[in-house]
Design a protein around this ligand. Structure first.
Ligand code: DGY
Length: 328
């Protein structure tokens, strides 16, 4: 007798090839429009499916997990960050959680460099001049930015993405510094020519550019709080392609407005789409709508990872990208 196919609910539209492959393999319910599911819709899905495929726009907290049906056994997140899922509660309820690490690394690191360059070389200001048809010709003192080569880059969080940023920034001539929960192995540190700072405060005070690349966890919430932001050089630039909650956004906005920090490049925000309106008004701040990993190639590879995680689970094994609370 053929084995019953797993019932899988996908909460957002995914690239067509991924949706098609999921449909070939599983009894899948896809989303027709690309809005996030409501809490009620999520609860209903979790009552009836074996596997949920959420994204970072779905908050899977203890309350929702308590309503899940007996069948729900795997949450195969379409994304690397799992700060929107209560992984510990899921585990207690016997629900495994997996994610899609690795395949977003290079794209996110590329975007980090794009933000560093956009802020230091004033690219959006140049674009605005062209779009408004205000360019009157080359001038020796027009739109002068700062050279990235030779600047000190402090990377906060030296996991996969932090290291990929280090490799890129080093090719641009930046000097690499980092702070991480654990110091890297000497051979990796050496290959990246990276200087380790045990003290985050000491590192911050000496850097020209700070790049936030650590995950959002209770211990990284507001790691860049008002006190630490104050330690930055007035010429310093802050870039975040990780999670908004790591930075106190209001404090950052205040300090950029008062000239205590030179600029920022942000792809993520403390309150999701509710971006501090004052940030939008600042010419030395480059804002992007969480698009660090947004390449078609990356999104397809994320889908492939989700499929491997579900298939492995269906075959009775642990998904290769299982997230366990101790990792967080
Ligand atoms: C993730 O997968 O967590 C990323 O933030 C998406 O860009």
């Amino acid at each position: 007798m053929p084995r019953e196919r797993l019932s899988v609910v996908v909460t957002r539209r995914l690239p067509e090839v991924v949706e098609t492959r999921l449909s070939e393999l599983f009894d899948v319910r896809l989303r027709d429009d690309d809005t996030p599911m409501t809490r009620d819709e999520l609860a209903a899905a979790m009552r009836t499916c074996d596997v949920l495929v959420p994204t970072l726009t779905d908050k899977i907290d203890a309350g929702l997990l308590a309503q899940a049906g007996e069948r729900l056994r795997l949450i195969a997140n379409y994304g690397a960050g799992v700060d929107h899922i209560d992984v510990a509660t899921a585990r207690q309820r016997g629900v495994l959680v997996s994610n899609t690490p690795g395949v977003l690394t290079d794209d996110t690191a590329d975007m980090t460099m794009a933000l560093i360059l956009a802020v230091t070389r004033r690219i959006p200001e140049g674009l605005a001049v062209m779009q408004k048809n205000e360019w009157t010709g080359w001038a020796p003192t027009a739109l002068l930015g700062g050279r990235v080569g030779g600047r000190r880059l402090g990377i906060l969080g030296m996991g996969r993405i932090g290291q990929a940023v280090a490799r890129r920034a080093s090719a641009f001539g930046m000097q690499i510094h980092y702070h991480n929960r654990r110091r890297l192995r000497p051979e990796i540190e050496e290959s990246l020519e990276a200087t380790y700072w045990e003290s985050l405060d000491q590192m911050i005070a000496r850097m020209d550019v700070i790049s936030v690349n650590c995950p959002s966890t209770p211990s990284t919430f507001h790691l860049m709080n008002a006190r630490r932001l104050k330690l930055m050089k007035p010429s310093g630039v802050l870039v975040n392609t990780s999670r908004g909650e790591v930075i106190d956004e209001n404090a950052l906005t205040r300090m950029i407005r008062s000239g205590e920090i030179a600029g920022a490049g942000l792809d993520v925000y403390e309150h999701g789409t509710q971006v501090n309106p004052r940030l939008r008004e600042l010419p030395n701040v480059v804002l992007l709508p969480h698009m660090g990993s947004a390449t078609l190639e990356g999104r397809i590879e994320m889908g492939e990872k989700v499929i491997i995680n579900i298939k492995t689970f269906a075959d009775g094994h642990r998904p290769p990208d299982q997230v366990v609370p101790a990792m967080l």
